[in-house]
Design a protein around this ligand. Structure first.
Ligand code: MF3
Ligand code: CO
Ligand code: CO
Length: 293
């Protein structure tokens, strides 16, 4: 008596199809967990669908245009408060919400970080001077989707130290992006950034990391800007996260001011940062907040 159904035999369910095209196939499919479910279960990572990606890309376009508007306005003598006003007005005018405003008690609509300020600078009365560097970090919420990007600008003509730290920080984001493709890992990104920064005699901030983004401001996974090749979560198509290396001219140590936000270099050295929101594609990487690096 024949007990095993052959793959080319009629399916025992009576469909009339071959077993391999019917119940055998269904069984096989249900045995392989979809990547989306596996990433959520194992890593708490929400892979994005095409409609989500379109939404984040639209938000990213607004973020990049906001950074361009700020860049055009930057000049010696301006208060950092004016940058907040530009970002707030432009965001609201486009029907979006500035994500930083009231986020965990942050009091303004954008982070503005001058010279030795690493990140999370609160806009206010500080006046930009010729030769300063200023990072502007914009995160918008448009139609429920988040995009997050920042750039460091020169105020007037830079001195050699300002030129160096901005050049190295931009190169670090470029290097990180070059590692983004399916099969590479989160550790590959951190490793290449740390390797480049330290080869230039600069240091990588440890306390703040890149992050998943899109449905919320900060999602899994964390993307450290230091680490080891081949370590950590493998990148998969549909992942959306930031890379945002904070690079110091001196030591990596920081301290947070009494406002509980402003992070500054312990040694007072210059710090620069660049950030983009990135999508892992089948082919590699697409920036959802593209600007020339
Ligand atoms: N935009 C920052 C980031 O890149 C986060 C700023 S949090 C805030 O993740 F509350 F300071 F806005
Ligand atoms: Co970010
Ligand atoms: Co940001």
């Amino acid at each position: 008596m024949k007990t095993k159904v052959g793959r080319n035999d009629p399916c025992p369910c009576g469909s009339g199809l071959k077993y391999k095209k019917c119940c055998a196939l269904k069984q096989q499919q249900s045995a392989v967990e979809p990547l989306k479910d596996a990433y959520l279960r194992k890593h708490r990572i929400q892979l994005k669908e095409p409609k989500d990606i379109e939404g984040i890309r639209r938000c990213g376009k607004l973020v990049v245009e906001t950074l361009q508007a700020v860049e055009a306005a930057i000049r010696p003598g301006m208060e950092t408060e004016e940058i907040n006003t530009i970002v707030h007005k432009m965001t609201v005018a486009r029907g979006a919400v500035p994500a930083p405003l009231n986020y965990r008690g942050f009091p303004k609509s954008v982070c503005v970080s001058v010279n030795e300020v690493i990140c999370h600078g609160i806009p206010g009365g500080r006046v930009l001077r010729e030769g300063d560097i200023v990072n502007v970090d914009v995160t918008s919420i448009l139609e429920g989707y988040y995009a997050d990007a920042n750039k460091t600008f020169f105020v007037g003509a830079p001195g050699p130290e300002a030129e160096k730290i901005v050049r190295v920080a931009a190169a670090c984001l470029r290097a990180g992006i070059s590692m983004v493709r399916p099969g590479n890992t989160v550790g590959d990104i951190g490793w290449v950034i740390q390797d480049l920064a330290e080869s230039e005699g600069c240091s990588v901030v440890r306390e703040f990391v890149g992050h998943g983004v899109g449905f919320e401001f900060h999602e899994a996974p964390q993307i450290p800007h230091y680490g080891q090749r081949g370590q950590g979560i493998p990148l998969a198509p549909g992942m959306v996260f930031t890379i945002e290396p904070m690079i110091n001219l001196g030591g990596k140590e920081l301290r947070v001011l009494k406002d509980n936000w402003t992070a500054v270099t312990r040694d007072g050295s210059l710090s620069a940062q660049f950030e983009q929101t990135l999508l892992v594609t089948d082919e590699g990487c697409e920036s959802l907040t593209p600007y020339r690096l």
